[in-house]
Write a protein that binds this ligand. Structure first.
Ligand code: CMC
Length: 391
């Protein structure tokens, strides 16, 4: 019963009340639990931000250490997971592999599904925070034909991840502070973004009381698409294409504006930011800093800047309030850090993990009802069935 309001893409429909992330799309404001994204990106560490998003407050030193120890105690995956990973072709897209492995984790950790108490939730949360970086690094190493193993118990969360990714088969690994800081910042900037496509997916899957891991697995699948997290890969592929084509940005601008051409300027536009994306501002500067500090000259950055400048002056983009989003410059940094393009969206997933967890936990603690949108039926009226020989 009741009147159903139609709102494709939920452009104006609120699905929940949330105390996690504040976003003002007109003013370009983003805050996690009341803290400005600019300040967090500058001063906080990723693991502190994870804690903040999930539990609502910045941790004390004691709380942070305990959280980290609890995660470290769960930072291993069953050796049999290597056999599953082995079954995937090397060329498989890492997002598909990661989504599958994340759901497979349930089979190895069946108790993670029963989360009726906050204590059980906590156990599932530290497990996924511990194991997901391992799955991400292993997915990368398998692709590269490198041995699958672990980082080090004495390292920080992000440093440990970098070591798992880049350690040589000999075990050698040296921390590069610039790389570490840049990745930490990127992960913070990606950590939550209220009710976006993947987060809404996590909440809706979790609302059926399926466990945390499968809800995250579904979130990874949603993030994969080029209109969402997959845009960071698509941006670099687009910039490469422009470069290979001779660097004529105007030609690609024209394609983006042509309504008969499906091409869109990847990394541009946003459902809620209609002024600027505050994350893009921080990332653009970080891209400049990282390239300069690492002494890298990348033509692609110049193409990106030219494209941005043209778009910001172009009536088509101005009228539609299309600005560079978080994905426009992030890939340039990932590239400079030595991360291959297919791993860009997995990096986004690693960053978004605490946001997905926080939103899932909030949804369960608020005892939200199962997510179940309505529809307006526009199909056939009642018809009479004819057996196959009479059709
Ligand atoms: N290039 C060219 N035209 C665009 C673009 C673009 N990137 N984005 C939007 N438009 C046009 C669109 O064609 C439409 O024009 P018209 O009014 O003439 O029909 C108008 O702008 C409004 O676009 P929309 O598709 O109705 O807006 P939406 O809120 O449904 O979509 C979006 C938002 C992000 C999916 C879209 O802007 C897009 O496809 N951008 C490119 C992909 C991208 O960068 N995605 C990353 C999003 S940010 C982080 C994340 O989620 O990962």
């Amino acid at each position: 019963g009741g009147v159903v309001t139609l709102d494709p893409g939920y452009k104006n429909t609120g699905a929940c009340e949330s105390a996690i992330t504040f976003l003002d799309g007109e003013k370009g404001v983003l805050r996690y639990r009341g803290y400005a994204i600019e300040e967090l990106a500058e001063k906080a560490h990723f693991l502190e931000v994870c804690y903040l998003l999930i539990f609502g407050e910045l941790p004390t030193e004691v709380q942070l250490n305990k959280f980290h120890e609890d995660i470290k105690a769960q930072s291993h995956v069953d050796e049999d997971v290597k056999r599953i990973l082995d079954g995937f072709p090397k060329a498989a897209h890492p997002m598909g592999v990661l989504s599958s492995l994340t759901s497979a984790l349930v089979a190895f950790n069946p108790s993670s599904v029963n989360v009726d108490s906050e204590e059980d939730m906590y156990k599932a949360i530290v497990k996924i925070l511990g194991k997901f970086p391992v799955l991400t690094a292993w997915t990368y190493r398998k692709r590269m034909g490198l041995p699958l193993d672990y980082g080090g118990d004495t390292l920080g969360y992000v440093d440990n991840f970098l070591k798992m990714m880049f350690k040589k088969p000999s075990g050698d690994y040296t921390t590069n502070e610039i790389v570490l800081k840049a990745l930490d910042k990127l992960l913070i900037l990606h950590a939550d973004h209220e009710q976006n496509c993947s987060t809404s997916t996590v909440r809706i899957v979790g609302s059926s009381h399926a466990g945390l891991f499968v809800s995250i697995s579904a979130g990874i699948a949603a993030l994969w698409g080029p209109l969402h997290g997959g845009a960071n890969q698509a941006v670099i592929e687009m910039l490469e294409e422009i470069k290979a084509d001779g660097g004529d940005t105007k030609k690609f601008m024209a394609k983006a504006k042509d309504k008969n051409d499906p091409f869109r300027l990847m990394g541009f536009g946003h459902r809620v930011y209609k002024n600027f994306d505050p994350r893009a501002k921080i990332i653009k500067k970080a891209a400049d800093d990282v390239l300069e500090n690492l002494g890298i000259q990348d033509d692609i950055l110049d193409i990106a800047k030219a494209l941005e400048k043209e778009a910001l002056e172009d009536p088509y983009f101005v009228e539609r309030k299309l600005y560079p989003n978080v994905d426009f410059y992030s890939g340039i940094i990932y590239r400079a850090l030595g991360i291959p393009v297919e791993m860009f969206t997995p990096m986004f997933a690693l960053g978004r993990l605490p946001g997905w967890i926080a939103q899932w936990r909030e949804m369960r603690l608020n005892k939200e009802p199962i997510g179940r949108p309505r529809q307006i039926y526009i199909g056939e009226k009642l018809r009479e069935f004819k057996t196959v020989e009479k059709r």
